[in-house]
Design a protein around this ligand. Structure first.
Ligand code: ADP
Ligand code: MG
Length: 572
């Protein structure tokens, strides 16, 4: 292997030459206690920065094995080190400047969730960080000496302050790992406890602002307090016993006046499918991992979805058991979102009236009288939500302020009043008995499991080198040239997940979409591969993916389902 002196020699040799000469330093070098891999050099100072890795032997890193034993602890410690690396890069690197991205040293920094990521790999033998470096340029010329300072001086300092256990705060590391393990444990126990979600007492649910995922300041936020009727205590491996609200399976309404905190509670439950960092406020809010937020999404495309249990004969005679459109309405998009959530194996649906189509949610007695049933294609959710649970075992949590008719079909009713949650089921039943709704039950078919669709392999195939897949930020993927809009897929939380979804779609279409496998089966196979060999499995770059985070099956399916060129066949 080359060493530091070889690196210096090469950099001095190309100093002042055209930027492309940096290609000469690709390779690996032993630098101090670690190995530096220069995997891919950027083509010019403004291009995406160069991809590098450092691999530090455990003898030097000294991570206690206990902190990365088992998948949850390992994911947590990898996440912790990624955060420390990002911090250290801000402090000890980035001093060298020049044109474009010159001098930047960056790692794919996580948000409030602790996701499985490719930015850091810990095993018994070493710790490996994957990051990017803007190789410095004066104009478009190589600055070899500056580059050497970044690689042989700044990066070693970053490594020393983030990948060596002795430079970390051991209590903070333990707290991070233990909090994640507790959340994963709590989530895995929900089914045996008959719960769909758990919200610990003292949790801080509101966020700092509409554009910040950080917790609201503690002076302003009213901490969560469980209603005594739903209070449960659960044992977790590290924190001992945690008390809070256990949300039972079935149909749950969250009612209350406007601005009293209903949507905030629901959003915390939506995000409870992920683990959160200590201090987030939601680190003991956990939800079934396959829970799906279901909303109206006018304008989305729908392909071959069987929505006939919700939408019957449409004007023009379209067959809604095989429904396709380039421009769904509020109600048809919400019906498709439910059906697709069921197809992807979701056992919990989360709905907020703020983002639902009114006519999909309810038709009251007066409307039933005015518009005869045979002229209304929609079977509203109120006439399906019981069946969803009783026949298919799928629970629903609904945030409602406007429609009291739902009391008739609910198992429990909770009320938000000034950010405090009350159990009001009995009171709600009294009200329902006193004021009858007079609406008629409208469903004409009985609910059956969703049809299963097999995407045709051609729909995702890349033809030649000109067909590219470009993820753009959190909510857009350009697949070939067709945009896939994910902006209303609300449980997608990180652009790194979006990048992974883009890779997974390509990977899945090559390996598993044979025209017979359903979307759900194909995604399951991809997830198995990832469970076996890590997210690296779906990366197109052998050595350095570095910027991917694990999405859920639900969001992968959501992306495939929103692809306007998807062609699919139903398999009964
Ligand atoms: P609703 O859906 O009932 O209309 P929201 O959940 O949108 O209400 O909340 C309204 C406002 O109250 C938001 O600005 C939110 O940040 C704030 N809020 C919600 N819960 C709390 C809380 N527990 N403590 C303090 N502020 C809160
Ligand atoms: Mg609301």
């Amino acid at each position: 292997m080359q060493d530091e002196r070889d690196l210096r020699r090469r950099l001095e040799k190309i100093d002042g030459r055209g930027y492309k000469a940096y290609r000469d330093i690709e390779g690996r070098y032993s630098v101090g206690p670690f190995t530096l891999y220069v995997d891919h050099v950027q083509s010019d100072p403004f291009a995406p920065p160069s991809r590098m890795r450092v691999r530090l032997p455990q003898q030097t890193a000294g991570m206690p094995e206990d902190l990365y034993r088992g998948p949850h602890r390992r994911r947590a410690l990898e996440d912790f080190l990624t955060r420390r690396f990002a911090e250290a890069a801000g402090r000890y690197a980035g001093r060298q400047r020049g044109t474009g991205k010159s001098g930047m040293v960056a790692i794919d920094a996580p948000g409030q969730e602790v996701l499985e990521r490719t930015s850091m790999v810990i095993c018994g033998d070493w710790v490996e960080a994957r990051f990017v470096v803007g190789l410095p340029a004066g104009g478009r010329k190589v600055m070899g000496r500056k580059a050497f300072r970044i690689l042989a001086d700044e990066i070693p300092q970053v490594v020393e302050h983030s990948l060596m256990y002795e430079s970390l705060d051991p209590r903070e590391a333990a707290r991070h790992v233990e909090a994640v393990e507790d959340q994963a444990h709590l989530r895995s126990r929900l089914p045996e406890l008959g719960l769909v979600a758990f919200v610990a007492d003292g949790s801080v649910l509101p966020r700092r602002s509409g554009v910040s995922d950080l917790p609201m300041d503690s002076e302003e936020a009213v901490p969560f307090q469980s209603p005594p009727e739903l209070r449960t205590t659960v044992e977790v491996p590290n924190a001992g016993s945690v008390s809070g609200m256990g949300l039972p399976e079935g149909v749950t309404l969250i009612v209350g006046g406007g601005y009293h905190g209903k949507s905030t509670l629901l959003r915390a439950i939506e995000r409870g499918v992920y683990d959160h960092v200590p201090g987030d406020g939601r680190e003991c809010v956990v939800t079934l991992g396959d829970a799906c937020k279901v909303r109206a999404e006018d304008g989305r495309s729908v392909r071959e979805a069987d929505i006939h249990h919700f939408i019957g004969d449409l004007p023009g005679g379209q067959d809604t058991s095989r429904f396709s459109t380039d421009n769904a309405s509020g109600s048809t998009s919400q019906a498709a979102n439910i059906v697709e959530a069921l197809e992807s194996g979701s056992r919990l649906l989360l709905l907020d009236e703020d983002t639902s189509a009114t006519n999909f949610m309810i038709r009251d007695a007066r409307m039933q009288t005015l518009v005869a049933e045979e002229h209304e294609p929609i079977t509203p959710l109120i006439d399906r939500v019981r069946e969803l649970h009783d026949a298919l075992g799928v629970s629903t949590v609904l945030v409602l302020g406007g429609s009291g008719d739902y009391i008739d079909v609910a198992d429990q009713v909770l009320m938000m009043r000034e950010y405090r949650l009350l159990e009001v089921t009995e009171r709600a039943r009294e009200v329902a008995a006193e004021f009858e709704s007079r609406r008629r039950f409208e469903s004409r078919t009985s609910l059956s499991p969703a049809a299963r669709r097999a995407p045709q392999p051609g729909s995702f195939r890349l033809r030649g080198r000109r067909d590219k897949v470009r993820p753009k930020g959190l909510s857009l993927i350009l697949y070939r040239r067709t945009p896939i809009d994910l902006s209303l897929v609300e449980q997608l939380v990180s652009p790194s997940q979006t990048r992974a979804i883009a890779r997974i779609m390509v990977y899945m279409s090559k390996r598993y979409l044979d025209g017979t496998a359903t979307l759900s089966e194909a995604v399951d196979r991809v997830m198995d591969d990832i469970a076996g060999s890590g997210l690296d499995a779906v990366s197109p770059f052998g050595g350095h993916p570095g910027e991917l985070a694990l999405p859920r099956k639900q969001e992968i399916c959501a992306a495939a389902n929103r692809f306007r060129q998807l062609s699919a066949r139903q398999r009964r």
